[in-house]
Design a protein around this ligand. Structure first.
Ligand code: 5GP
Ligand code: ZN
Length: 315
């Protein structure tokens, strides 16, 4: 498989060149910060097509739809353990809570170009790092799970502090997820079902995707061991698609198995009192959109009929 050439030739970095092309075509709107972009109507039409295609794939599963703003309670965020594994990616929210005199001091510090962070205090919310994070405390708060467990459909912007010129590495991007919480058997069936579905999906989108075992970018020396354990136990699989590099393809969909991690954090229990297992399938909507533009061109009207039918089926 050979990636089509990028047209911007002023830079030898293919990720930067692809970003330049996307900006020149008006698909991404630059803000001056790497990884933070506006999206055009055309870009959003593909986003909507992908979102709807995921809905159709899961139709009949009976998932409960939940939509949260891209914020998590600080309490839920700390309990999730995210700061242990990924302190470098977290985005916390801080707000000014002082009086008028303190307000003047803060503005003066900003005018002088000084660090003004001491004038703000942590808010009781943080930016959501993954779309499924808000649901575990909600499900736990309902009491014991029903016999059939739980199945939830979530969609949210997510934040990760990793500024990059690679358009596939955004600081804020959308993640559509289906999350299964239940017995080991329920979760195994969910993983098997979605493994087949995501492979079929990328094939119908005519994208050169391959499923591979993966690990998360855990922080530090202890993180290296966590990443190795995740790989060895095959807890995470990703659909990798070349977008800005053939040798380093981009993870566009992930299938994660948390074993009983979230049940241990939140008081999630099966009807019989056992700890439930959980798994989620996460579609990186911007990455899939960028993969489609890269492989099929910037004009969706000219995309292969099968790809268009998958995204925008005729009524
Ligand atoms: P994970 O939680 O597995 O790291 O991420 C879930 C999905 O979100 C990934 O499979 C990927 O498609 C998407 N994703 C992860 N990080 C980024 C990122 O930095 N930028 C974008 N656009 N998508 C990401
Ligand atoms: Zn998830």
């Amino acid at each position: 498989m050979t990636l089509p050439p990028v047209s911007a030739t002023t830079t030898p970095d293919p990720a930067l060149a692809y970003r330049d092309d996307l900006i020149a075509a008006g698909l991404l709107i630059p803000t001056g910060v790497d990884g933070l972009y506006g999206r055009s109507a055309l870009f959003e039409s593909v986003v909507t097509g992908l979102d709807d295609a995921v809905t159709r794939m899961a139709a009949g599963d009976g998932a409960e739809v939940m939509r949260f703003p891209p914020l998590l309670t600080r309490e839920a965020f700390i309990a999730s353990g995210y700061l242990k594994g990924f302190p470098h990616l977290a985005g916390t929210v801080h707000s000014f809570c002082g009086n008028e005199a303190e307000h003047h001091r803060m503005l003066a510090a900003i005018d002088r170009g000084e660090d003004w962070s001491q004038h703000e205090r942590p808010a009781d919310v943080v930016l959501t790092p993954a779309a499924c994070y808000p649901i575990y405390p909600v499900i736990a708060g309902r009491g014991k799970l029903p016999d059939q467990g739980a199945l939830v459909d979530v969609f949210s912007y997510c934040f990760r502090h990793e500024p990059s010129v690679d358009p596939c590495r955004m600081q804020m991007f959308r993640m559509r997820e289906n999350v299964r919480i239940g017995s080991a058997g329920h979760v195994q069936t969910f993983r098997d079902t979605w493994r087949g579905r995501i492979l079929g999906f990328v094939e119908r989108l005519a994208l050169p995707g391959a499923l591979d075992v993966a690990n998360d970018p855990f922080f530090g020396r202890a993180g290296k061991l966590m990443a190795e354990g995740q790989r060895d136990q095959q807890l995470k699989f990703e659909i990798l698609i070349p977008v800005t590099s053939e040798s380093n393809p981009t993870a566009c969909i992930s299938l994660n198995y948390h074993i009983t991690h979230f049940g241990e954090i939140w008081p999630l229990r099966m009807a019989d009192g056992e700890l439930p297992h959980s798994s989620c399938v996460a579609f990186g909507i911007e990455r899939l959109t960028l993969a489609l533009f890269r492989h099929h061109g910037f004009d969706p009207a000219t995309w292969p009929a099968g790809v268009r039918a998958e995204l925008w089926p005729s009524p």
